[in-house]
Design a protein around this ligand. Structure first.
Ligand SMILES: Cc1cc2nc3c(=O)[nH]c(=O)nc-3n(C[C@H](O)[C@H](O)[C@H](O)COP(=O)(O)OP(=O)(O)OC[C@H]3O[C@@H](n4cnc5c(N)ncnc54)[C@H](O)[C@@H]3O)c2cc1C
Length: 397
């Protein structure tokens, strides 16, 4: 089978669905979306779910339900892009339909690099290691964190690229707050491993969060990464300026390193880095060598820490630039805005809003959102999911 579309989008996650809806609003016809996943998740809720503060099933939808009217969904994975013939082959072994495009947008998100941390895949299968960043294990993460009553727990912030990796702190603080309210926190030794200086390598948010680190008695291993784990020996080995092995670990909340799906590099569209991200000009989000290809979201070289919050601007920039490219008008630019929301307990949340260089980029004037507040918690936990499904996924960006 073969078919031809004006615009083809690979990946029906936050980026792909929002963009398809926005293009429909702009009047574009003949759009196709490819995604083999039968479920669309509101991913920011995974951290709340992992620490028992939300039920994930309420934030999942069958994929067909989030696809905008007039957009054709192919429930297949893209396996190869042929930029010379403007075609994409679908299916795990290229045995699916071949689709022709005029414009192609690549946004298939990130996928775990299980081979990067020796022992981690086996530790996940065993149930001793887990993280909300691997959605298939988020339910188990919840059960394990909620059940924990004593011992040692290690949390790790993944190195970039990671899907809003800093929000591991959210899961950690929510878990600590829960343990404190259940009066077991003083029996649990909590370690945080971070590849950054301080916590996230960002000021002023790091200084703000230090108060919670002290309050919960967390030991921080900064500028360090998990080098290996052993679920049988219950050890987590750290690489960094102070290499060490943490022993007697009861739970390893260790997020695997991430990479973009391999078909991007196999199709000659990656930036050549280990993570195989789709190469784009970080301002226009257009591929620098192949003019008909665009990229956004976690899988693209957008030059900033990936997040759903970053996508509002990215989606608008790609939509505007797809039109500008056809009309020969000036290109819109993405400024690198991104956001990392961190709950410090069950009722307060701090927001790190930064630009491409990690400098503060406040969206609201006059209020310091890096200070943990009840209002920002309520927004992130209760209002934002409604905005996501009713507004962002409907192309109102
Ligand atoms: C645990 C967690 C917590 C987070 N918390 C926050 C938060 O609090 N705030 C915030 O702003 N952001 C947060 N994020 C980040 C946010 O969810 C992502 O930045 C956003 O989802 C990225 O959108 P995307 O479309 O690029 O990728 P995704 O949403 O991951 O979607 C990619 C889609 O592509 C599909 N796909 C993969 N391979 C193929 C292929 N070969 N062919 C076709 N389709 C394919 C996948 O099935 C998936 O549906 C969090 C992420 C995680 C994991």
């Amino acid at each position: 089978m073969s078919a031809a579309f004006d615009t083809v989008i690979i990946g029906a996650g936050n980026a792909g669905v929002s963009l398809a809806a926005r293009l429909r609003r702009d009047g574009r016809q003949n759009i196709a979306l490819f995604d083999p996943n039968p479920v669309h998740r509101y991913r920011p809720m995974l951290n709340y779910a992992a620490s028992g503060a939300a039920r994930m099933s309420r934030y999942e939808r069958p994929m067909e339900r989030v696809i905008p009217d007039g957009v054709r969904l192919f429930p297949h994975a893209a396996s190869r892009i042929h930029t010379d013939s403007h075609t994409v082959t679908l299916g795990p072994r290229d045995e699916g339909p071949t689709i022709t495009y005029d414009d192609l947008v690549v946004c298939p998100g990130l996928t775990p690099r299980w081979d990067a941390i020796p022992g981690l895949d086996k530790a996940y299968i065993d149930g001793w290691a887990l993280s909300a960043h691997v959605p298939e294990y988020a339910g188990r993460a919840c059960a394990a964190l909620v059940r924990e009553r004593e011992g040692t727990v290690v949390f790790s912030v993944p190195p970039e690229p990671a899907s809003c990796g800093g929000t591991v702190l959210k899961a950690m603080f929510l878990a600590c707050d829960r343990w404190r309210r259940e009066e077991v926190l003083d029996r649990i030794e909590v370690h945080l491993v971070t590849p950054f200086r301080g916590l996230l390598g960002l000021e002023p948010i790091d200084s703000r969060l230090q108060a919670s680190i002290r309050e919960f008695g967390i030991t921080v291993h900064e500028q360090s990464q998990v080098g290996a784990v052993d679920h049988r020996a219950r050890t987590v080995t750290l690489d960094g300026p102070d290499p060490t092995t943490i022993g007697n670990v009861d739970l390893a909340y260790v997020t695997p390193l991430s990479r973009a799906p391999r078909f991007i590099a196999d199709s000659g569209l990656s930036d050549g880095g280990d993570a195989g991200l789709v190469e784009v000009d970080p301002r226009t989000l257009r591929h620098p060598r192949v003019e008909s290809v665009w990229g956004l979201g976690d899988a693209a070289t957008v030059g900033t820490r990936p997040s759903g919050g970053a996508l509002r601007t990215q989606v608008a920039v790609v939509a505007d630039n797809l039109r500008a490219a056809r009309e020969g008008t000036g290109a819109a630019h993405y400024d690198g805005y991104t956001v990392i929301p961190i709950a410090v307990g069950h009722d307060r949340l701090a927001l790190a809003e930064i630009d491409r260089d990690g400098r503060p980029a406040q969206s609201v004037r006059g209020i310091d959102l890096t200070r943990p507040r009840r209002l920002t918690y309520a927004f992130d936990r209760y209002l934002q999911p409604v905005v996501y499904f009713r507004t962002l996924l409907r192309g109102r960006v």
